[in-house]
Ligand binder design. Structure first.
Ligand code: MF3
Ligand code: CO
Length: 290
């Protein structure tokens, strides 16, 4: 790393002198690096201005999910959910991030029952009483990305499904509590994992969370089967998602061969996911979108 003088402008672009901006954080990171800890580099750390931008994007993302929550009901097609997302996002001055992302054909992911993630909205898929569905919304606003998702129970659902949905929400809440500087991401991931296991569920290994903010998917990869004391250390300014995919049965999954996107549980049992965008602050966390 290039040495920056105490009175030079900070690398983060704040315009402030290094000594009153990131110098202390950098020294602390350097201390951990010397101890052999896996530490984040500067491109995983956002400036205050960038976090402010992601927060505004998150507000749009949350408003879009609130809008979906108002409208979702038995009989609605997942295509209609896509339309709701497009309309609301546009009304609020944002852009839905999924459309065209690595060729993704729609503006939101709607994953029903045994669909683990990346369910593609379709006029043929009508939500019916008893379904559980994840609606995964991602917004670009003023150039900043945010990403969050919620589960919805359609009408009355079985107690087993209801419990899965509730426990996965708890998993995310428990994960959020572990977000603080100088701990590592594995502490967070393990807390999520243990809560799922304790309830008799499994956690998908292959797909996880990600850094987010200046792009849709950034480093680091965020695992929810990671062990305590492993993975990259968290530092103030990091922004990433917590989005565990938790299965009622096996953790084995497969990808739809026709669309190459939608992920299913191998045993056909239900899967649930909640997702937040979270920032690491000086002494803990800030949820930027849920
Ligand atoms: N929102 C999803 C996530 O949490 C992104 C899926 S990629 C897409 O990472 F193209 F399907 F949107
Ligand atoms: Co995500």
């Amino acid at each position: 790393m290039k040495k920056i003088g105490r009175n030079d402008p900070c690398w983060c672009g704040s315009g402030r002198k290094y000594k009153t901006c990131h110098q202390q954080t950098d020294e602390k990171i350097e201390y951990f690096r010397c101890k052999g800890v896996l530490v984040p580099d500067h491109d995983m750390i956002k400036s205050q201005r960038q976090i402010d931008g992601i927060r505004e994007s998150g507000k749009v993302n949350v408003a879009v999910l609130d809008y979906v929550e108002e409208k979702i009901r038995p009989g609605i097609s997942t295509e209609e959910i896509d339309r709701l997302v497009v309309e609301k996002t546009r009304e609020l001055g944002g852009i839905a991030a999924p459309l065209g992302f690595e060729g993704y054909p729609k503006s939101v992911c709607t994953s029903v029952n045994d669909q683990v993630c990346h369910g593609i909205p379709s006029a043929h898929d009508i939500l019916k009483e008893g379904d559980i569905v994840n609606v995964d919304v991602s917004t670009i606003y003023n150039g900043y990305f945010s990403d969050s998702s919620r589960m919805f129970c359609i009408g009355r659902v079985s107690p087993e499904k209801e419990q899965l949905v509730r426990v996965v929400k708890e998993c995310v809440e428990i994960g959020i509590e572990q977000v603080k500087p100088w701990s590592c991401l594995g502490d967070m991931g393990d807390a999520v994992h243990q809560h799922a296991l304790k309830n008799g569920y499994t956690v998908v290994k292959e797909i996880g969370g990600h850094g987010v903010g200046l792009e849709f998917h950034e480093d680091p990869f965020v695992s929810y089967v990671a062990q305590k004391g492993t993975e990259v250390m968290m530092a103030p300014g990091m922004v990433f998602t917590i989005e565990p995919m938790v299965n009622m049965g096996t953790d084995e999954i497969y990808v739809d061969e026709e669309n190459n996107w939608t992920v299913y549980t191998a045993d056909g049992k239900p899967s649930a996911q909640w997702e937040v965008t979270v920032a690491v602050t000086a002494d803990g966390y800030e949820v930027l979108a849920w």
